[in-house]
Design a protein around this ligand. Structure first.
Ligand code: ADP
Ligand code: F6P
Length: 492
């Protein structure tokens, strides 16, 4: 059943009766409307992205540019009987239409908390020790993907719609769509790492997952490392080989596999950072009066982000470089995430214990070494806080890309920029060589990099930041979207 809510018009924007989608020009052809249809598990709130994760930010940027339809899971789940029609709530803002799919409560939890975030997430982040593999998770994962396919089939307007599916929640979606007779071009972008074959084959479902991935026309990965891991896993699983151009023949299609590093809207983020809210300005002034430098970390509270190790590295800094005691403060904003999954409750307890013990050891009446905030912060405030910080700490143990690294660079004042300390295991490290690259498993290495960042001369900071800013501006959100969609439309 399709439910259309009261249609919205943006201030001075286009009306809901306009055709959806951007106009795509094929080389040597007349302009031709080609609707973009994006599917992801989480449907961002396009009116307020303040709670957004990396995917929602990237997809919203892509759709803002050319318009189109975005299908995702509704935040409200429901009790359904077998055979119930999918319930889809449609809403429109300017040229973007969103479709929120209501899914059965129990199956959704087994799919999201279960297969997606207790099986695939740890597996793809190289954490075999945390993988929980259960047949009911897999069953629900396939069931929910089939529901997405049924819903999408109703929303398509023709075989010209370009379908772009996002992330590990929806790997089997193309296979389900093909089963329903959908022949459109379908692309898949994986926002998280792809593990090496030796780890990947540890899941009993690896053959099915590879078969599912080979039903797409275009497969996109964050980095060259992920791409190579994927191709080696395909070869190890069913002996299909991608040629030098990244293409392979399978299931009667030519499949393209490439890396498309995701980026951010650099100009928009820099603008937000310059317009810091009043509370950030007051906090910054207070620190300036006290002569305190600020080190910042911004993450979902996920075990892949390396947060306890990061706090230990800050403590090691205070121990090995006592001159930074009372001279530096570390602000960690860690938003709640996936709290129904056991491993996330554990990491929260561990982080809070670490913050407590470092503060207990070093704090005095005038100085709190670690300020820890366990909630999401509006993006405008976040941008201001990043700009007001002298060191950005991005030290995941494994990360697909890490957009915070790019946001930190975009937020800086180019005339007096802060320094980015970046894990070699973040996808962003492939692009951002001028950051201080660290091994997050070595507490000493991270502590020494923080010390170097805090004392780096202005000239070196400006030089490193300039190179980083040029790179993130070139590989921005628009370029990510343009290059993926060109491949999906078969133009490159
Ligand atoms: P992931 O996709 O794993 O969450 P990324 O670093 O790629 O990691 O993207 C995270 C996005 O979510 C960034 O845009 C970041 O600014 C935002 N974000 C992360 N933590 C918070 C928070 N506590 N409050 C607000 N936004 C956050
Ligand atoms: O970037 C990886 C990712 O899982 C995205 O798919 C997602 O939007 C983000 O992290 C936040 O995760 P969740 O949607 O589970 O809150």
């Amino acid at each position: 059943m399709l439910q259309r809510s009261s249609e919205t018009q943006t201030a001075g924007g286009s009306s809901a009766s306009e055709p959806l989608g951007g106009v795509k020009k094929h080389p040597g052809q007349n302009a031709e409307p080609r609707r973009l249809v994006v599917v992801s598990n989480r449907l961002g709130n396009i009116r307020d992205l303040s709670q957004a994760g990396g995917l929602a930010v990237g997809v919203a940027d892509a759709l803002a540019d050319r318009g189109g339809l975005w299908l995702g899971a509704s935040a409200e789940h429901r009790d359904t009987a077998a055979g119930d029609e999918p319930l889809i709530h449609l809403e429109r803002l300017g040229r973007i239409e969103t479709a929120a799919l209501s899914l059965p409560r129990e199956a959704y939890s087994l799919y999201y908390n279960g297969y997606a975030n207790s099986t695939l997430w740890p597996l793809f982040h190289y954490r075999l020790d945390l993988v929980d593999h259960r047949s009911e998770f897999l069953h629900a994962y396939r069931h929910i993907n089939a529901r997405f396919a049924e819903a999408l089939a109703r929303l398509l307007t023709g075989k010209d719609d370009l379908i772009w599916i996002h992330d590990y929640h929806l790997i089997p979606l193309a296979a389900e769509l093909r089963r329903l007779g959908i022949g459109n071009r379908i692309g898949f972008f994986l926002h998280i790492p792809f593990p090496p074959p030796d780890l990947f084959v540890a899941t009993p479902d690896h053959e099915e997952l590879i078969d599912d991935l080979l039903r797409y026309d275009v497969l996109g990965f964050q980095t060259e490392t992920d791409l190579a891991n994927f191709r080696r896993s395909v070869r190890a699983t069913n002996s299909i080989t991608f040629d030098i151009n990244g293409t392979a023949e399978a299931n009667g299609r030519t499949i393209v596999s490439r890396s498309f590093p995701i980026g951010i809207d650099v100009g928009a983020f820099a603008r937000m950072a310059r317009e810091a809210s009043q509370d950030v300005q007051i906090d910054t002034m207070r620190r300036q009066i006290l002569g305190l430098k600020q080190i910042i970390g911004v993450d979902r509270l996920d075990y892949s982000k390396g947060l306890p190790g990061r706090m230990q590295a800050f403590a090691r800094l205070l121990e090995r470089h006592p001159e930074h005691q009372r001279a530096a403060t570390y602000l960690q904003i860690a938003s709640p995430t996936r709290e129904e999954v056991g491993a996330y409750a554990e990491i929260r307890a561990q982080l809070e214990a670490t913050a407590g013990s470092v503060n207990g050891k070093y704090a005095d009446l005038a100085w709190t070494p670690i300020r820890y905030i366990h909630r999401a912060v509006p993006r405008t405030r976040l941008a201001g806080l990043l700009r007001a910080s002298q060191v950005g700490l991005v030290t995941p143990l494994r990360d697909g890309m890490n957009l915070v690294a790019k946001e930190f660079i975009a937020a800086q004042d180019p005339a007096d920029p802060g320094v980015l300390v970046l894990s070699r295991f973040a996808g962003a490290a492939e692009e951002l060589a001028e950051a201080l690259i660290v091994n997050p498993y070595s507490i000493d290495d991270v502590a020494d990099a923080i010390a170097k960042a805090l004392t780096m001369p202005l000239e070196e900071r400006v030089e490193r930041h300039g190179a980083l800013l040029t790179r993130i501006s070139r590989n921005d959100a628009a370029e990510w979207c343009r290059s993926f969609l060109a491949a999906l439309a078969g133009e490159s």
